[in-house]
Design a protein around this ligand. Sequence first.
Ligand SMILES: [Zn+2]
Length: 306
Amino acid sequence: MGQFNIQSMEQQFQSLTIFDFQAKFPDDRACLSYLSELKWADGYMCPKCGNTKYCGGDREFSRQCTKCHHICSPTSGTLFHKVKFPLLKAFYIVYYVSTNRKGISSTELSRKLGLRQKTCWLFKQKVMHGMKSSGQFKITGKAEVDETVVGGQEEGVRGRKNDKKKLVVFAIERKGKGVSRVYGKVIGKSSAKELGSFMKETIQSDAEIKTDEWTGYKPLKKDFTNLHQVPSGKKGANFPDLHRVIMGFKGWLRGMHHQVENLQGYVDEYCYRFNRSNMKDGIFDNLLLRMVKADPLPYKAYCLNA
Ligand SMILES: [Zn+2]
């Protein structure tokens, strides 16, 4: 699959073995210490008043502002905020999610870590939130865009809202003979408005874009001057790479998860894995850093009955 090379992915995921991980993180204290290093790597600033001077807080690794006396722990204001189980187990979840080539289900995490499945599921949603695209790297060269139906019989009627099935629009960036980047978004319907807003988030306006002949793309030619519509072909024959990516996503989703709440989280996880497979730096460290830099996510943001 072009630049999406399984072998290079495995090499990268092997970079932090379970032995390395256990040596680096023997207990909660080591995890807290590591989070404090990540959180204040660029220096300290009080989130309440902006002061940059601090003294020790009430607990080890906490910092207290010398002006307003506000105390920050290494986890406050991050996706590790108020985690209700040992931090070491939270690190294990990040480790397993990032090093398993295809990710890991909450059922399996629950078995490995002796936590409730629901607890693992909820924390994994936070890890997935850390995988969300930063939106900084738009597709610049050759792009292809198409939507697909997930769930139900996977045969939807375009442009029509369907409550059981979900629509996901994907964009790929082609480079050489392969796919160099993938983005995806769950949308309500394939209207020009929703397709356009996804494309504006992920594709540069002068990119060379190929879509099928769906009417929803037509009005977007005024925003994207190099948008060309071509027939989709039988089973998407004119979009072979994009369709491989979509099939890959669906296969992964079916194999991994029994029920899919928060489909966007899974789209983010799939795209993150795909896009990071070409990069040299460790996925575990990258993911931890993203979780420290991200804003805390209240459970109710993605789970109505939490
Ligand atoms: Zn302060």
